[in-house]
Design a protein. Structure first.
Length: 233
């Protein structure tokens, strides 16, 4: 019985670290939205200030999560904390297909919002592109650390790979019901499926390369669509 409890405790630590990181994102967003934390003002558009401030505040937490995982399991940390995008494996074939397929799907989904809100590609849009790329990179990094790297590296050798993928997909998908893009039940299913596949990529390549790249592309489309909508008004 003590061994079972001890094993459960070891398994729960990475889940707590990863979930705690995602929860911190929600908490920061809540505090910013309700004026309990100051916004870094760089634009007349509140959503721009909100997005940038949130990303800057969340980024340090991702490094805290990395430090905690390193303390928890140094060997697994070293095993998976690498890009490994060009390693000889099936992801040299599946990676590009997934990147294109999910990006097209996200483009089609976001195009509905862009058209319904009279989004535009103009000088204002291009002026926001450096910021779009920055927040896309930081968001992809933080979410991949919390919901992918910490889970995969932390549970490596403790659970079957398919189980690790499910855990990663679930903790990545559920938050999308409330504040993700897409949101609601559809958002949970789509992001959960993406999370499952990205966790599989990390396990099979022993690196974050494809997961970060594919996630970054989706965020470029999402934040870029937001920039189009702002530029159209």
């Amino acid at each position: 019985m003590e061994k079972i409890i001890s094993k459960a405790g070891h398994i729960s630590i990475p889940v707590v670290i990863g979930s705690g990181g995602l929860l911190s994102m929600w908490l920061i967003a809540y505090l910013l939205q309700n004026g309990m934390l100051p916004l870094w003002v760089i634009s007349q558009h509140k959503i721009v200030n909100f997005t940038l401030t949130m990303q800057i505040m969340v980024l340090p937490i991702s490094f805290i999560a990395l430090a905690l995982l390193y303390i928890y399991n140094r060997e697994s940390f070293k095993k998976f904390f690498r890009i490994a995008i060009d390693k000889e494996n099936n992801w040299n074939f599946y990676g590009p297909i997934m990147a294109v397929a999910f990006t097209i799907g996200t483009l089609l989904l976001m195009s509905v919002d862009v058209m319904s809100q009279n989004g535009s590609i103009n000088n204002s849009f291009f002026a926001m592109m450096p910021l779009v790329l920055f927040v896309s990179a930081t968001n992809a990094w933080s979410e991949e650390i919390f919901s992918r790297f910490v889970i995969v590296a932390g549970l490596d050798g403790k659970l079957k790979p398919v189980t690790i993928c499910w855990i990663s997909g679930v903790i990545f998908g559920i938050p999308h019901y409330f504040f993700g893009t897409p949101s609601g039940l559809f958002g949970v299913v789509m992001s959960g499926m993406l999370g499952w596949l990205l966790a599989k990529s990390v396990i099979e390549t022993r690196g974050l390369g494809w997961a970060l790249f594919i996630h970054f592309l989706q965020d470029v489309v999402i934040f870029g669509s937001g920039a189009m909508i702002i530029a159209g008004h």
